[in-house]
Structures are given as C-alpha cells and as structure tokens.
Design a protein around this ligand. Structure first.
Ligand SMILES: [Zn+2]
Length: 342
C-alpha cells in the first residue's frame, strides 16, 4: 500500500542545517519566560504576538525577533528554548541538527556567553541521550554590527571551546543582509578557518548574487544559507552545480518575509532540478509558520515535488552536514532503506 505524501514526509529521515534557536521561541514560551524573569513585553497576549507576525521584509521580522529574545536570561531559559525545539525536531524525524545561535543578541543585554552556551548545550546533549538526535552549534555573528565586535565575540567564545568541543563546530553570519556584504567579515572568517571551524554565511536571501560570490570567495564558506537569489546569475549557478556547494533554503521563511509572493513561484524545485545541492530548512520556525515537515509539505504541494525529489532533498541534507564520512554513510543508508520500503 502506498502511504500518503504527508506520511511519506513525516517518516523520511532528515537533517536540519538552518535553524536559529532564538527563532524557535514560540509566543507561549515567550510569555512564560517573560513572567519568570519579570520582563514586560510590548504585547498584551499570545494572540497579539501572533498578529505582529505579518512581516513586510527581513527588518520588520528582526525588530520582533530581538524584542522576543529579551526574555532569554538564565541558563534554564536557554535550555527550555532548545528543549522545546528538540521535541519538534524529533516529532518531524529530524535526525541531525546544526543550530545557529546569536551570542551578541544576549551578551549586549548582560547575559554571559557561558549562560548561552551552557543552556543550549545541556539540551542538545540530553537530546542525544534521550532521542539519538545528533547536533552541532554554529555561532553566528550579527552582520549589522562591526567586524571588530565579531572578532571580540569569537575571542570570548574561544575560552569555552574545549568545554563544548563535542558541539561547537562552526561560525556563521546572520541578521540584516542588505548593506552588510560578506567581505565586511573577511578577517574574522580567516581567523575562524585558521582555528579549524566550519564556516557558513547567509547570502543571497535579500542581498544580490554578488553577496553569494563574496561568501564563496571572500569568506570561503562551506555552505550558503538561503542563496535563492543565485539564480539571477547563470555563471554563479554553474559554479554552485559544479562545486556541489550546498544551499540551505527555507521556503516558508522566504514566503513570510516576502522574498517570494507565492510558494508556487519559489525556485527551490528549479534549482534542485538544475542540479544544485539544495536542502529544506525552517530558519525561524516560531515566526514563519512551520517546522521541518511543514516546510517539506508546503514545498512538495506548491512545487509538485516527487517522492524521488523529496528523498534527494533528505540526502542532500545529510551530505551537507558537518559530520564524519562514516556518520554520513550511515544516514544515507537509512534514507535509502526508507526509500526502498516506502
Ligand atoms: Zn537564517
């Protein structure tokens, strides 16, 4: 018997490579943490927060995102936030996650680097024990701030490197893209590469294809986060296909932030069919209307993705993960076994 498309997606093993942990803060938890910490939110109710989710662009989202992050103060808050995400990921049969976190959003408010690392890491280690969910942490620099501030953040975090060596695998670049090209951060990326961290960067979401070139050549990234505007540059597309550079695409995020007007116009399927190593991810799921399976289902329906293509997307997610070749082989074999039996 053939199972439904939804069930096929639910059971498909997958990896999530583009998830901002602060962006998984659901309004209910936002209110609970505000109460726990005596923080006054600029919203009267959960409903009011949800109503504020009608974004017009990346900046309108970031304004709400930073307001929400203010409720995160203690180690337990970061644990609760991450643990809530873990439950959602496990329910969607996510087998591996590499999550982004933004220490600068917290240290500027007087929350220590240790508090941030410790709460997230405790939840991820517990997830490994309890659910077999493997994970990595990617420290992101806020690109609207200066490179010197990014360097200071990296140096401060390095004091914790040994303690979190099992989790902290890379650095990334997020926040407002336009006007903040990747090259602005070439020194801190050179330093990160020298320290043998994996490097990724957001590029080509709202910014032009030139920013993707900048991330590839200026920062020497191993994955491009978003990258959907690469399609506007055919030479760049050839390079992405030839190098099999992974793109961590976030369909519902692109829809919610008006990068595309209609999911049926999204270029995920076109890029996949052109041979680009694209993956599906949830970005900031609490704000953008869905976790991994919601992104898979919406994309499959809007773009008429075949089961073969869904399997390819799952395969890409494991191939693009920062993991040992043995671990990747094991995941790919699981995907193959799933395909063979469904
Ligand atoms: Zn993102």
């Amino acid at each position: 018997m053939t199972i439904s498309l939804h069930d096929f997606i639910r059971g498909l093993p997958k990896a999530e490579l583009h998830l901002h942990i602060e962006g998984s803060l659901e309004p209910e938890l936002m209110f609970a943490l505000a109460q726990r910490n005596g923080v006054t939110l600029p919203y009267a109710s959960v409903e009011e927060v949800r109503a504020a989710y009608a974004f017009s662009d990346l900046q309108s989202f970031l304004d709400l995102y930073y307001a929400g992050a203010a409720v995160l103060q203690s180690e337990q808050d970061f644990f609760d936030l991450t643990w809530a995400y873990v439950q959602r990921a496990v329910a969607d049969n996510v087998r591996h996650v590499e999550l982004f976190f933004d220490p600068q959003t917290h240290t500027v408010r007087g929350v220590s680097m240790t508090t941030v690392f410790s709460g997230i890491a405790r939840a991820l280690r517990q997830a490994r024990q309890a659910h077999g969910l493997t994970s990595g942490m990617i420290l992101c620099f806020l690109r609207h701030l200066s490179e010197d501030e990014a360097i200071a953040t990296l140096e401060e975090a390095l004091l914790l490197r040994e303690q979190y060596a099992d989790l902290w695998t890379g650095v990334g670049l997020d926040s407002g893209e336009v006007g903040n090209p990747p090259e602005k951060f070439s020194r801190v990326y050179a330093r990160a590469r020298e320290l043998v961290f994996h490097v990724v960067a957001h590029a080509g979401e709202e910014g032009p294809p030139a920013y993707v070139w900048g991330a590839l050549d200026g920062l020497q990234v191993e994955r491009i986060d978003h990258g959907v505007r690469s399609e506007e540059d055919s030479t760049l597309m050839q390079r992405l296909v030839h190098s099999q550079m992974p793109l961590t695409v976030c369909p519902l995020s692109n829809l919610k932030l008006c990068v595309v007007k209609d999911l049926r116009q999204h270029n995920l399927a076109r890029m996949l069919r052109a041979g680009v190593c694209v993956t599906i991810n949830s970005d900031d799921p609490a704000y953008f209307g869905g976790y991994m399976n919601a992104n898979f289902i919406a994309s499959a329906e809007a773009l008429q993705l075949t089961r073969e293509e869904l399997v390819q997307l799952a395969r890409n997610s494991f191939s693009a993960a920062f993991a040992t070749p043995e671990q990747k082989q094991q995941w790919l074999a699981e995907v193959q076994a799933y395909q063979d039996t469904h």
